[in-house]
Design a binder for this molecule. Structure first.
Ligand code: GDP
Ligand code: MG
Length: 177
């Protein structure tokens, strides 16, 4: 009997320069590459093994232009990663605009079970921190989002753990149907 693998689509949103591409490439390839075309927008795919189960994971790494036509990724996503940099308060404020956008979408018929994830990136740059961990956590709570701080520049394991936790949430939810 043919059984298809579960699939999880994740879209990364956030201001320019927060590390969406870096986190995407880190998760897909386990490498940190420090320069990307800021206008690059692409979808990546990897087959993940999670709790002995294969899962097809697709990441849509968006760029700032995406805010103009959000419909495409709003319908596509099983989970939203809203990323800011802990070293930049404006990016934290920008993240809240994306959280509002996704919440709005949930109200307009989008899947409200679709996990919303707030990510404070670049914790390796602690000395330049502008947004406290508590502020991030409080903001996430307000939006009923899962919250993580992480870095694309150091251990792969940490980034992997963020993805694994979210994949489990999405898969738990899918298995209820
Ligand atoms: P995007 O516009 O959100 O896709 O941001 P990028 O992934 O292109 O990252 C913007 C810049 O921040 C690049 O120079 C990256 O090397 C750097 N960067 C991204 N993530 C991290 C991180 O976790 N730590 C540090 N130190 N730099 C990062
Ligand atoms: Mg990018």
């Amino acid at each position: 009997q043919f059984t298809s693998l579960p699939e999880v689509n994740i879209v990364l949103l956030g201001a320019l320069g927060v590390g969406k591409s870096a986190l995407t490439v880190k998760y897909i390839t386990k490498r940190f590459i420090s320069e990307y075309d800021p206008d690059l927008e692409d979808t990546y795919c990897k087959i993940e093994v999670l709790d002995q189960q294969e899962v097809i994971v697709r990441l849509m790494d968006t760029c700032y232009k995406e805010r103009r036509e959000p419909d495409r990724y709003l319908k596509w996503a099983d989970s939203f990663f809203v990323v800011y940099s802990i070293t930049s308060r404006p990016t934290f404020e920008y993240a809240q605009k994306y959280l509002d956008l996704v919440i709005q979408n949930h109200r307009n018929g989008g899947n409200p079970e679709c996990p919303l994830v707030l990510i404070g990136n670049k914790v390796d740059l602690e000395r330049y921190r502008q947004v406290s961990k508590l502020e991030g956590a409080t903001c996430a709570e307000k939006y009923d989002a899962v919250f993580f701080e992480t870095t694309a520049a150091e251990d792969y394991d940490e980034v992997e753990e963020v993805f694994h936790k979210v994949l489990r949430l999405v898969l738990q939810d899918q298995s209820r149907f």
